[in-house]
Ligand binder design. Structure first.
Ligand code: HEM
Length: 524
């Protein structure tokens, strides 16, 4: 009898637990997001109608598939258009037509606020401190194997602590010290190009070449790593990027990782393998005790110098955080810069007059000497070209935020917890902001104005905005100028007939079918 009562009690307790679990799930996945959504719609914002549990993902996938089909016919005709917004974000371009430049949409059960209006962006970010901006939890979880809790994802007081440790690594003196390694690594790539050309290969996939060189540069300059170790980390990061971003995984849909167990486990495996590699590099560096002397003024050396006393880690960053920062910098520190350089070579191949102008500028500023960090500020036209490339092909195509408090923008209340997607590509290609020449390559628009004549300052934010602006922007500019100056002084280049214009988003904005150029050595 007692046994029967016992089972009845256990059964009842289990039923209550299951019931409470279901209530919790419904509250988190249905009630809470809907409350936030209602607040946004009550403020007058509209958007495409979502369905449960996919939100608007189905429409996004369909729109992308349709776009890819129509693109393949235009690429067969060899047409290169810089009007890329409807190509890379076809669903946003379509929704803009019905809902304007600020609207709501859903990734699974996660409501998002889409923003492509610089005036709204300006009001929204006014007075919000870097530490008060969060990052959408849905992306923080999804990209954990890639960035962990590194600077790109970390929030609140932890973000302040990380940024405080990392910022000094980008001081002008430290950047200058990285110059010679950049030159050496780039020259190795260019020597390889010369050998390839001499052996009859005039066509080079410059994107593949530059990505690998930029990876080597970050491995050496930021971590003092050997080429072999750097290559291992980069190969695994690349494989992870393919796993996470080369397919439609229903991010934001509850339990979606169980729908794609293979990709989920693969990303996790690669993440763990990278962690082990980085951890051994960190431990070796701690043991070698050359962290406190300041001899290693690279990023890892500086992070450790702040952390390491008598060969032990103290305060500031934990070992786990150090590993996450290394991963963040490995990936963030090479891909964006390399892509900006690759898009630049495409645009210069299409505009040989700009190749000549830049060569002339290099001749005047650098002369016959080796380019070095002190001369880079004089390469003004190259700076305009970089800005124009970042406008037409922004390697970081969007910025994401999560509101940590209610934010008011005129009549609109953005409730605490709202995810935001700021569409950089849309703003950079908006004729309302840039005029009729918006899709043309015109570096001179940056001659007199660092915002390129955009009629709203917040309309041009290639490195982000506010306290969370890109910490590596000066390093990126320096590397860009050094690598481009070296390429331009040794080679000329034009488009290869096999080049197929196929920009697409894989976290960053990439030429998905490579960037084949015909490269020729310059006559001395
Ligand atoms: C052309 C090259 C680059 C572009 C276009 C770029 C763009 C961006 C953008 C748009 C953001 C987001 C800012 C925001 O949320 O407001 C960002 C953040 C960041 N970038 Fe870059 N970046 C570049 C190069 C680099 C390099 C070379 C490094 C490191 C060596 C780097 C490290 C970071 C980090 C750590 C953050 C997070 C900053 C924070 O949240 O405090 N980036 N970058």
């Amino acid at each position: 009898m007692e046994l029967l009562w016992f089972f009845k009690d256990v059964g009842l307790a289990l039923a209550i637990l299951v019931f409470l679990g279901v209530i919790k799930i419904v509250y988190r996945l249905w009630i809470l997001p809907n409350m936030a959504y209602q607040k946004l719609t009550r403020s007058g914002l509209s958007g495409p109608s979502p369905s449960f549990p996919l939100g608007n993902i189905d429409d996004m996938v369909k729109s992308k598939t349709k776009r890819i089909q129509s693109d393949s016919s235009s690429s067969l005709l060899g047409i290169i258009s810089h009007d890329i917004h409807s190509k890379v974000f076809p669903y946003f371009a379509q929704w803009q037509e019905s809902h304007g430049k600020v609207f709501t949409y859903w990734l699974g059960t996660e409501p998002f606020l889409y923003i492509a209006d610089p005036a709204f962006l300006k009001k929204m970010s006014l007075g919000v401190l870097g530490k008060s901006w969060g990052k959408p939890s849905v992306f923080r979880n999804d990209r954990k194997p890639m960035f962990g809790n590194g600077l790109v994802m970390v929030e609140g007081d932890d973000w302040v602590r990380h940024r405080h440790v990392i910022t000094p690594a980008f001081s002008p003196a430290n950047l200058k010290a990285m110059g010679s390694l950049m030159i050496e690594t780039t020259n190795e790539m260019l020597d390889r190009w010369t050998s390839l050309i001499h052996s009859g290969h005039q066509e080079i996939d410059v994107e593949r070449e530059i990505i690998s060189t930029a990876g080597e540069i970050i491995a050496k300059t930021s971590f003092g790593m050997s080429y072999e170790n750097g290559k291992k980390v980069l190969e695994k990061l690349r494989a992870m990027q393919q796993t996470l971003f080369n397919s439609n995984r229903y991010v934001g849909v509850p339990f979606s990782k169980f729908m794609y167990p293979k990709q989920y486990l693969e990303a996790k495996r690669l993440g763990n393998e990278i962690d082990v590699l980085l951890l051994s590099i960190i431990n070796d560096r701690i043991k070698s005790k050359d962290t406190e002397s300041g001899a290693q003024k690279n990023l890892l050396g500086l992070m450790l110098a702040d952390n390491c006393v008598d060969g032990r880690l103290v305060n500031s960053l934990t070992t786990r955080e150090l590993v996450d920062e290394c991963k963040t910098f490995f990936f963030g520190g090479h891909e964006t810069t390399a892509l900006t350089l690759s898009w630049t070579l495409l645009l210069l191949a299409m505009h040989p007059e700009w190749q000549n102008q830049l060569r002339e500028e290099i001749r005047q500023v650098v002369g016959d000497e080796v380019v070095d960090a002190t001369k880079l500020a004089g390469l003004k036209k190259m700076g305009w070209v970089m800005s124009e490339v970042l406008r037409l092909y922004p390697s970081a195509p969007n910025v994401q935020r999560q509101a940590k408090d209610d934010i008011r923008v005129d009549e609109v209340t953005i409730p605490k917890g709202t995810n935001m997607w700021i569409d950089v590509v849309a703003m950079n290609h908006d004729p309302g902001l840039w005029g009729d020449t918006v899709h043309d390559f015109r570096p001179e628009r940056f001659e007199a104005d660092m915002h390129g004549g955009c009629n709203q300052k917040m309309g041009y934010v290639p490195f982000g905005f506010g306290g969370r602006m890109c910490v590596g922007r000066n390093l990126a500019t320096m590397e860009y100028k050094i690598v481009l100056a070296l390429i331009l002084t040794r080679f000329s280049f034009s488009l290869s007939p096999s080049y197929c214009h196929s920009p697409a988003i894989m976290l960053s904005l990439r030429p998905t079918q490579g960037m084949q150029l015909i490269v020729k050595p310059l006559e001395k």
